[in-house]
Design a binder for this molecule. Sequence first.
Ligand code: GUN
Length: 296
Amino acid sequence: MTAQIIDGKLRAAALTTRVTVEVAALKRDHGLTPGLAVVLVGDDPASQIYVRSKGEQSRAAGMHSVTHRLPAATTQADLIALVRQLNADPAIHGVLVQLPLPKHIDDKQVIAAIDPAKDVDGLTIANAGRLASGLPALTPCTPLGCMILLRDTLGDLTGKRALVIGRSVLVGRPIAQLLLQADCTVTVAHSKTRDLPDVCGEAEILVAAIGRPRFVQGAWIRPGAAVIDVGVNRVPFDDPAAAAAGKTKVVGDVAFKAASKVAGWITPVPGGVGLMTVACLLQNTVAAAKAIAGLS
Ligand code: GUN
């Protein structure tokens, strides 16, 4: 069997187009321009790429977009002061503080300072609690993107056995909640899980969000399963000469080649979930703008 590739690029482009049309309508009909503020502290290379993409894509969708780039030595107090300033800015409807933050800053305290109404990352306790309670909430973007891909691929998810590997606040936990809301039977595995290959073998839906390159083996996967690979891991090139020259590439948490011989559907890395994340961020920013303006 050869898995069908789930095309995140195509799906993200469709979603971005829909958001762009909605932004134009909000401007025309209500004089409302959704505004997104992204805050980056320090010079983590991956974060710089993500933040640039968030700025470019929100502008391309017609939004008001500001990016604050702060030095790595920024104090927690100064960062929280900026978040509060953005909370109070009527032109801003979404506030995103890019993670990870430098070690001297407590990310929980920074996230807690974000106005839940502008929390387009869905990371505040208010939004995470609403999601866990089954209430409408601003929901983390990567999990939202995964759910769109799964619904497009499988249709109704009712009763499906879903396995999430990873329990992070950013991905594992919220996607488990979304799968539960979709009436899946949800298992969350993590670094202490025993007999992971056997647990994987049960899963009709497998979401890998571990952060370890090619960790999930092809032989673990249930034949015909839908595999969503959230991993973004930088590894040396397979070719030894290129690796010796310091060339790197991005791979997922799933051993793609072997997995695609067993799975029914699989997301590639790159070109899968990653592209959906920014599209969902734009969608969340529009939703936040409408809610703040009383339009939803
Ligand atoms: N770092 C990696 N992914 C994300 C994300 O979705 N949001 C934030 N704030 N930081 C991230």
